[in-house]
Design a protein around this ligand. Structure first.
Ligand code: CTP
Ligand code: MG
Length: 227
């Protein structure tokens, strides 16, 4: 069986979402958003460790895990960084995932990704080295500079990248080493893997697998959940 480590970056402060409580702890359908990703991760065959980077002073996650009776030795809460990249980099150093075959990175604020999607990404990542869920874009995408359009992108070639993104461990570790050496940022893990020269396989994502970025996203997720 493929051995798996899952990183759930949760060290953001949710500026765009607003409010006092970081969005990963806000309730969705009566349960904190982050716990959906934690429970799905723990339910996957072969998962050895779920590493969760949180902000240095954040004790909320530990409190919630206790409150919801989620008591699993495979959960490892670690300290995150100032950017998502640094949070994932810190998690990658955790010894609990030093030997796994495949690492998945999944935003703590994507509660509705299915177990099936996790499994498809694991299989594709193991076979191909790197795999991500992609969905088609229905709006036309423009390149804009100083409020004027400079180009229109061929929509048929555009995909929106979701998480979980999966990688063979060595692929992800060398991509992160390369990114830190060359000060590359990137808004997802695949972009760092692409920059390291590794091919990234796209597999169909899920329309319901939205990232909770704003309050509108939370309203939408609640309506999806109630269906
Ligand atoms: N994240 C992280 N460490 C950071 C920044 C973000 O682990 N320093 C995590 C967030 O907690 C979230 C995921 O990366 O689960 C996706 O990031 P995003 O949606 O941008 O969340 P925030 O950075 O919290 O929100 P914002 O950008 O609006 O402040
Ligand atoms: Mg952010």
């Amino acid at each position: 069986m493929i051995s798996i480590g899952i990183i759930l970056p949760a060290a953001g402060s949710g500026i765009r979402f607003g409010g006092q409580l970081p969005k990963q702890y806000v309730l969705l359908g009566g349960k904190p958003i982050i716990l959906y990703a934690v429970e799905t991760s723990l339910s996957i065959d072969g998962v050895q460790s779920v590493v969760i980077p949180v902000s240095p002073t954040d004790t909320t996650l530990q409190t919630l895990l206790k409150h919801y009776s989620i008591d699993d030795d495979r959960i490892n809460v670690v300290t995150g960084g100032n950017t998502r990249r640094d949070s994932v980099a810190n998690a990658l150093m955790n010894s609990s995932i030093a030997e796994v075959d495949v690492i998945l990175v999944h935003d703590a604020v994507r509660p509705l990704a299915s177990k099936k999607l996790f499994e498809q990404i694991i299989d594709a990542a193991y076979r191909e080295g790197a795999a991500i869920p992609c969905v088609e874009e229905s709006d036309t995408a423009k390149i804009v500079r100083n409020d004027f359009v400079v180009d229109t992108i061929n929509r048929s070639e555009i995909r929106r990248a979701q998480t979980p993104q999966g990688f063979r461990r060595d692929v992800l570790v060398s991509a992160y080493n390369n990114a830190i050496r060359h000060s590359l940022a990137g808004t997802d893990d695949a972009s760092l893997v692409e920059a390291s020269g590794q091919r990234v396989r796209c597999i169909p994502g899920e329309p319901a697998n939205i990232k909770i970025t704003t309050n509108t996203d939370l309203t939408f997720a609640a309506s999806l959940l109630s269906k």
